[in-house]
Write a protein that binds this ligand. Structure first.
Ligand SMILES: [Zn+2]
Length: 574
């Protein structure tokens, strides 16, 4: 009770729609936030859209539009899909392009600079005399040193797949795609030359010892993929890394003489956790309130993200925080493995994906929350199969859970329209069922706190399974025909209603809208607000009951399968 819980969810990159793989890595954050609020703790749950970086800058140059147009479009889409669609209960969903974020990043930069953790170094880079600027890797093309392909990009050769440094390219020139609005250019115009460019480096080598000690003392409460990565990465020895780039799409460097350079995303985007917390505090009119989470040793910090984000949350962000020295470092790293789709990796170019905007047009987001918790990539890679999704939703979510709620409440309402009285004494079977519901609260809570969402959800659903066995044994629909047994049926149904009320709370972190609906069926005007087994009411009057979910039909699934493997046209493909 009354702990300060910080939950930082990964920032999606604003250059393309989200797909189910993202949701599978994100969902745990909302479960944690909703659970801890119900447990009476003070939660600060933040995230936002990651808007800077060269992929967006290159795409904008190719299309002849401003990078901000791309970032704005996807920021709005993310907010709509994640908040309105998936029901994520962020306290703050912001973006990296705010002035407030820039100031927080610049302050951190200056603080680390003053403490000696940043230094400058000149390195060779490709300069365009025509554009009078250095060009980042993707703005460059040339001849691949490995296979001789003449259209290799500065970061990679698409012909042979080799990862490249732009300086390795033979005959480097401006990538014509970024100039397509400027008309034809001669070979001389496109020529690039090697010049010296000065950049800031983060002195990770100086933080090796502190990070090792920190990982050693903290990583027991991380997912295994995160602690395994961090330990082996540190074992190889850290190298200093450049944190600025020759680009104009990013947070400006707050020192004179670097006007044409920007702070690179991997230093800048992770600082969004801090800037979003400060923005939240400002918008609450309590501008210092963020300190209760960030300058408080008693606070607990969770970071929730996919496997590819592990380096940023176990090495880079902690290194920045340790260098700064006065801010709370991560406690729990909740990092998922990968989600596949029908056995293959998600791929934008091959059209192998289930895009979240499209999913939400056709299906109930609660069914996705259910499926990705019950079958998601929590500790090993998982596979989204449309047929399995339909089968599990229809079988378990509707068949077990929905069925218990709907058939119990329907019969209770039709046979006892004036209400149900809870029995003064209950039989052994009823006592056992009520005990299962009561005991589930601490069990589910502990599992959620440990980031074991699947086991937590399973424990909650077992209460429903137990309830189904109970109703099948008690057969109230049969007994009600015997007037002598009316009191007995009333008692059994009242016990089941008590269990359903408990379930409404137990599933709330996982299925918030389902929970809200059940409270409505039970006649609550608002959901209960505390994570504990409720004391039975002396009497119940059931409200209107409707089916919790729509069954997923074969035709729904066939329509989705037919869409797979059809790449979107390059123009729309972003
Ligand atoms: Zn090549």
């Amino acid at each position: 009770m009354d702990k300060r819980i910080f939950i930082g969810l990964a920032w999606p990159y604003a250059n393309g729609s989200l797909h189910l793989g993202h949701v599978s890595a994100f969902i745990g954050a909302d479960i944690l936030a909703r659970y801890y609020r119900l447990a009476g703790d003070r939660v600060l749950f933040v995230s936002g859209s990651d808007c800077y970086g060269t992929p967006i800058a290159v795409e904008a140059a190719e299309k002849g539009i401003q990078p901000a147009e791309i970032a704005n479009k996807y920021h709005e889409e993310f907010r709509k899909n994640l908040v309105d669609g998936m029901g994520f209960s962020y306290d703050m969903y912001t973006r990296t392009t705010t002035d407030q974020h820039a100031k927080v990043v610049q302050d951190l930069f200056l603080e680390l600079h003053k403490k000696g953790f940043l230094y400058t170094k000149t390195e060779k880079a490709l300069y365009s005399p025509l554009l009078e600027r250095f060009l980042p890797d993707r703005f460059v093309e040339g001849t691949c040193p490995k296979c001789g392909y003449t259209g290799a990009r500065g970061d990679q050769c698409d012909e042979c797949g080799t990862l490249l440094d732009p300086l390795e390219l033979k005959d480097p020139r401006i990538n014509p795609k970024i100039l397509n609005r400027k008309g034809e250019l001669s070979d001389t115009d496109r020529r690039l030359e090697v010049r010296e460019s000065e950049h800031f480096y983060l002195k990770l080598t100086a933080l090796q010892g502190a990070l090792e000690q920190w990982v050693e003392s903290t990583s027991d409460s991380w997912r295994a993929n995160a602690s395994g990565f961090a330990k082996s990465f540190l074992k190889q020895g850290l190298h200093d890394r450049a944190i600025t780039r020759d680009t104009d799409w990013g947070v400006p460097i707050p020192l004179p003489g670097y006007e044409t350079k920007r702070i690179y995303v991997w230093f800048e985007a992770v600082a969004g956790y801090l800037s979003a917390s400060m923005l939240w505090a400002e918008e609450q009119n309590t501008p210092d309130e963020w300190k209760e989470w960030w300058q408080n040793e008693e606070a607990v910090h969770y970071y929730v993200h996919g496997k590819d984000n592990i380096p940023f949350h176990t090495i880079i962000w902690p290194a920045i925080l340790l260098a700064q020295g006065a801010l709370h470092t991560p406690d729990h790293i909740v990092s998922s493995e990968y989600l596949k789709l029908e056995g293959k990796q998600f791929s934008k170019s091959r059209g192998w994906a289930v895009w979240l905007p499209e999913f939400l047009e056709s299906f109930d987001p609660e069914t996705l929350r259910y499926f990705l918790v019950a079958n998601g990539p929590e500790t090993s890679d998982a596979n989204f199969m449309w047929a399995e999704y339909a089968q599990r939703v229809n079988g378990e979510l509707i068949g077990t859970f929905g069925n218990l709620v709907n058939r119990t409440l329907s019969i209770a309402k039709s046979k006892f329209p004036e209400g149900l009285r809870f029995p003064e004494t209950v039989d052994a079977e009823s006592a056992e069922l009520l005990a299962v519901a009561r005991d589930a609260f601490p069990k589910v809570g502990e599992l959620i706190e440990a980031g074991k969402f699947r086991a937590a959800f399973r424990t909650a659903l077992e209460v429903a399974e137990h309830g189904n066995r109970y109703i099948n044994t008690k057969e109230p629909w049969k007994k009600i025909k015997d007037e002598m047994k009316k009191d007995e049926v009333e008692g059994d149904l009242a016990v089941l209603v008590q269990v359903i009320r408990s379930l409404a709370m137990l599933v709330n972190p996982f299925l918030p809208r389902t929970s809200e609906k059940i409270y409505g069926f039970l006649g609550f005007t608002a959901q209960e607000q505390i994570w504990k087994y409720p004391e039975p009411e002396a009497a119940w009057k059931i409200g209107d009951v409707t089916p919790l979910y729509r069954k997923i039909e074969d035709a729904d699934i066939e329509a989705q399968l037919a869409k797979l493997g059809k790449p979107v046209a390059p123009e729309e493909g972003l």
